[in-house]
Design a protein around this ligand. Structure first.
Ligand code: MN
Length: 231
């Protein structure tokens, strides 16, 4: 096989305790999946889950113990952090029942769904797609993936993000409106999930802006921290 130019390299994420890396396929994100965040965005927190996508090359891998860097993006004056639990799919499937969902999960990681909030808001107002607010370059920092068997009770894990040491978002995965298994059931009814798919499961309340020079530290209990500086 030859190509008219070199194809892009496969995006991949390190796996804790393994030499092999996790190759990224699609990056799904769940919107408004914590009630208090839905309310702060002006909604009730009671709607069915909905989804958007980021391109795989929006992923910014940050190794354990390291501090990653993302540029302050163009076109925005309101660049927001959203701390999220990320689910890594190891076995694909469609119409997966919530009761069977864990069999499809390879592992978990800490992610940040970085958002150009002003552009997202403008698109919402105009009824247009969110891509420019959500799916831009460097918008999906992620830490190493921990295999599911090595993770404790992820469904009750605390998650948080600090900015320059100050608390911004703090909640627990237990407060997901649609938990991980239910999210996989909904998502796999709409798309056939494939190995390598990532799911950013949604963010709790407390989303706020960062500026150049800020250091974000995202945590989900039981997973390696995610440290990202805004350049
Ligand atoms: Mn999000």
């Amino acid at each position: 096989m030859s190509y008219v130019f070199n194809p892009p390299a496969t995006v991949s994420v390190p796996v804790v305790g393994r030499a092999e890396r996790f190759p990224v396929n699609r990056v799904y994100c769940v919107g408004r999946n914590y009630e208090e965040h839905a309310k702060e965005m002006g909604f009730t927190g009671r709607e069915p889950p909905f989804f958007f996508l980021k391109p795989a090359n929006a992923i910014v891998v940050v190794n354990a113990g390291e501090t990653g860097s993302i540029p302050y993006p163009t076109l925005t004056k309101n660049f927001h952090h959203e701390i999220e639990l990320v689910v890594a799919i190891g076995t694909g499937g469609k119409n997966i029942k919530a009761a069977d969902a864990t069999k499809h999960i390879f592992g978990y990681a800490v992610g940040l769904d970085m958002t150009r909030r002003d552009l997202q808001g403008e698109m919402k107002k105009q009824g247009r797609p969110w891509c420019i607010g959500k799916a831009f370059d460097h918008s999906a920092p992620i830490g190493p993936i921990v295999p599911a068997a090595q993770v404790g009770d992820i469904n009750n894990a605390e998650l948080a993000v600090t900015v320059n040491g100050a608390h911004r978002q703090k909640s627990t995965v237990a407060k997901l409106i649609w938990n991980v298994a239910e999210t996989i059931e909904y998502l796999s009814a709409a798309w056939e999930l494939q190995p390598g798919d990532l799911i950013y499961t949604g963010t709790p309340e407390g989303v706020a802006a960062v500026v150049s020079g800020d250091l974000m530290v995202g945590t989900v209990a039981g997973l390696p921290d995610l440290r990202v500086k805004v350049a």
